[in-house]
Structure formats: C-alpha cells, structure tokens
Design a binder for this molecule. Structure first.
Ligand SMILES: [Mn+2]
Length: 272
C-alpha cells in the first residue's frame, strides 16, 4: 500500500433505550487509517457474536495485507480487493459458526468499512449500515442500503415516502453470515481537505434525520468526539429504539507525503 495518511477518529456506541444488549461492534485503527462498524442480528446474544467476528476478521485481514511483507499488494488499486477478500473471509467465518453452533443459528451482521490511503478512501458495505460524507457543509449518503425498503424504491415500486410507510423496516437483503458467498459493494473516493466520514448503524439514521445529522456535524465537527457523542445523544433523545453506533473520521491531508510527480499522477488516475 502507499503511505498511510493521518486519520483522526471518534467512536461512540450505545445500546439505546429499548434494547438490553448492544449487538453493534465498531473498531478504528489510526495506524492503518481503518474504521469498521457492524450491526449484528440473531437470537439471544448471537448478533453480538456475528458483529464481533466481522470486525475482528476484517481488521486482521486488512492488517495482514498492509504488512510490508506482502509487497505484491502494494498498489492503491489493490485496496478494493483487500477489502473484498477480508469481508468475504468474515462472511465465511460467521456462516460456518452459524451452522456449527445451535445457539448461533441464523445470526448475521451488516458491515461498513472505510480504509484511507494517502489521497483517497476505499469504502465498502454489506447491509443497511451507512457511510456518509460531510463536505462543504453538505451531507451525502455514500452507500445504498441493501434493504427491502431501498429495493422497492430502486425498482420503482414506491417513492421513498411510500416505501417507508409500506415496507417492513430493517429487513436487510444482504448480510454477512447468511449465505455461503456474499457480494460486497466497494468504491474508491478521492479526499478533499476537511472531509468528515460518518459510519453508522441504522440506530442513528432511523432516529435522526439526515438534515439533523448535517446540522450537528456543521456545529460540532471541529471536535469529532463531541460531534459523535451529540449524534448518539440525539438518537436516544428521539426514542433510542435500537443500538446506535457512530464513527467519525477525518484525514489530515497536509500531513500526507505527496511523493514524486509520477506517484501523484498515478494515484490521481487510480482515483485512490
Ligand atoms: Mn440496528
């Protein structure tokens, strides 16, 4: 991989006001520039197991790929493949555990991941957890939910409002651990100075409107820790019906070594 950027993270998770357990898992690793959020589902406590496996296996997979020993995988463009491989491995681990252990039967989890490079960020997701980008005071949803609601909208059956009213909420159409293979959506995005990336479980966006998220990031974004705590507080203030996890990330662009002109042109062309 190319040199790692300096990334500042904030990570806040809360069980919410209605659930006994927190089945979300999240991890940030500043040395790798990596953030992960997973929202587990399943019977008694098994959602917790699924999301914990997901986060650990993806973290390990990416750490291994970023280790200098693996020089063959040093290009930015390989980052998408590393992401797919690691998430695929997590899928297999959860799937096998779900089938081997009766108490884990039917467990699964969403995942969202952001891996920062010197000039960009690789985003990946499965399920209905989300990644947003906050740039120039504008909030943009970067991921498309793998949910029944979203499919109804995409296929033109319903408008967004109709779908919300007529489709069971939180029915995911893709998750880790449910089938032997999983399709992972991966995208590479260039970074601009000041960008804030938000990774969250649906406990945030079901409780807090995008507009309110945007206003909160505008008001508190200078301090990521305050902003993350404020978003979780709002989710609970608005009902706290689900576990809520908020991870905020900001890459410091001027700390990034730019390399020679060829490196810069190459990373520009790769979009990474
Ligand atoms: Mn949830």
């Amino acid at each position: 991989m190319s040199s790692r950027p300096q990334v500042e993270f904030s990570n806040v998770s809360h069980a919410g006001l209605k659930r006994k357990h927190n089945e979300d898992s999240a991890v940030t690793d500043a040395s790798m520039g990596l953030a992960l959020v997973a929202d587990g589902m399943g019977g008694y406590k098994s959602g917790e197991v699924a999301s914990a496996i997901a986060v650990q296996v993806v973290l390990d997979g990416i750490r291994e790929a970023l280790t200098p020993v693996h020089k063959s995988r040093s290009a930015d463009s390989d980052q998408a493949q590393v992401m797919r491989d690691s998430i695929g491995r997590a899928n297999t681990r959860i799937y096998n555990a779900a089938n081997a252990l009766p108490q884990c039967q039917g467990m699964g989890t969403t995942i969202v991941a952001a891996l920062f490079t010197a000039t960009g960020v690789t985003l990946a997701h499965v399920g209905d957890s989300r990644i947003y980008r906050f740039r120039d005071n504008q909030l943009k949803q970067m991921t498309n939910d793998h949910s029944l609601v979203q499919e109804m909208i995409d296929r033109g059956f319903y408008s967004a409002e109709e779908a919300q009213a007529n489709t069971p909420k939180n029915l995911v159409t893709r998750a880790l651990g449910v089938e032997e293979m999983v399709l992972v959506d991966v995208q590479q995005q260039p970074l601009a100075a000041g960008d804030i990336f938000l990774l969250c479980s649906d406990g945030l966006n079901d409780m807090v409107q995008d507009e309110e998220i945007s206003l909160t990031l505008g008001k508190y974004g200078a301090n990521l820790s305050t902003a993350a705590q404020e978003l979780v507080r709002l989710a609970n203030q608005n009902g706290g019906k689900d576990n809520v996890t908020v991870v905020l990330a900001r890459a410091t662009l001027d700390s990034i070594p730019t390399g020679g002109p060829l490196t810069r042109i190459k990373s520009f062309l790769m979009g990474g």
